[in-house]
Design a protein around this ligand. Structure first.
Ligand code: ZN
Length: 355
């Protein structure tokens, strides 16, 4: 390389560096994203940044189908890329699936927050909080998102309210036949617990006037022994008639460590009615069953993502935990869980109580 070429290369590099330096000095640079489960109504997202101060003209938002897009002019993603640099507070973890930040145009950053629990479309309140040294907080954009409220479901319920209409509940006792599911330390099987609780719930729900469809009522494979999981699970989904109102799959949890404990309920990501069903089931199972509450979670379990009606999968407790195995096998405790499922269904359809 000639010395002139060397000089030119060096010079070009300097210019590029200078431009890059200028760009960042005139831009905001994101430093972190925090998500808080603020209260019953609000999920709060705080995007912290340093560098140039942003104002409302630099920020636009769009919330649809559970995805919050935040467009930031004069901003660089900085240290934030996929998830890293983000803090999701424990209470808010159920709400966030992933966060992606990219510089989509020069000095324009697009942040996508995938919220997997129910939030209202088109409702985002944007404010800018200035740095607060005593709280060790940098400048931040505060986005308040409104959680989906049960009150709105109430209205939906009324629009198709018909006294003569019999609600159809599908109960799916997990596993069965060749598939025992998880097995407890003394040999109690998940398939027997899920069936016993579901049969008890069937009785209670039928007495309350529901039409109950069971995916199985005995110890069988619903499709056939030895078929792929997806075939077996699809056979269960297919048991639901087209006009089924809700689908509840009943399971027990398992873990290699016997100390794992507690109950949890699931819904499919962004399923609004499903998440309400999962929440009501969670509340009632916690109230009557009394186990450690592991929360309401979103997941892509086959029966939930393939169900044509709102669906929830419930984990009654850990069959691998000696104390919970004993409870899950007891007739009296199974009856409590069946009552909890029935209460949740009644609340879901606004019968016998609020919500
Ligand atoms: Zn299971």
């Amino acid at each position: 390389m000639t010395s002139l070429k060397k000089f030119l290369t060096y010079f070009t590099l300097l210019i590029v560096l200078a431009i890059a330096g200028t760009a960042s000095a005139k831009s905001a640079e994101l430093t972190g994203i925090d998500v808080f489960d603020l209260d019953n109504e609000t999920l709060r997202i705080e995007i912290s940044y340093e560098g140039k101060r942003l104002d409302s003209d630099n920020i636009s938002t769009d919330l649809r189908s559970g995805i919050l897009r935040v467009e930031l002019d004069n901003a660089l993603p900085g240290r934030i890329s996929r998830i890293s640099g983000t803090q999701i507070q424990s209470g808010a973890r159920n709400f966030v699936e992933k966060i992606i930040a990219n510089e989509t145009q020069p000095k324009h950053t697009s942040v996508q927050i995938h919220l997997n629990s129910a939030v209202e479309n088109d409702y985002v309140k944007v404010s800018i909080e200035r740095a607060n040294r005593s709280e060790k907080k940098s400048e931040r954009i505060v986005l308040d998102v409104k959680k989906y409220s049960a009150q709105d479901d109430w209205n939906w319920g009324e629009t198709d309210n018909d006294n003569a209409y019999q609600r159809i509940i599908v109960l799916d006792p997990g596993h069965g036949g060749s598939d025992a599911g998880a097995i407890g330390p003394t040999g109690v099987t998940e398939k027997s617990v899920s069936l016993a609780v579901s049969l008890k719930a069937q009785k209670l729900l039928t007495a309350d006037g529901y039409k109950v469809i069971m995916t199985r009522t005995t110890d069988i494979d619903v499709a056939a022994p030895g078929v792929p999981d997806s075939t077996e699970l699809q056979a269960r989904v297919n048991k639901a008639p087209p006009d089924a109102d809700i689908f509840i799959s009943v399971h027990c949890n398992a873990f290699s460590n016997g100390t794992a404990n507690g109950m949890e309920t699931y819904h499919a990501p962004t399923a609004i009615k499903g998440s309400r069903l999962a929440r009501l089931l969670n509340e009632e199972l916690f109230r009557l069953g009394g186990l450690n509450n592991r929360g309401v979670k979103a997941a892509r379990f086959f029966v939930m993502t393939h169900s044509k009606c709102p669906a929830s999968l419930i984990e009654l407790g850990f069959i691998t935990n000696p104390r919970e195995e004993k409870l899950l096998a007891s007739d009296a405790y199974q009856q409590k869980l069946a009552q909890a499922i029935t209460n949740a269904v009644n609340r879901y359809f606004n019968q016998g109580g609020s919500d």
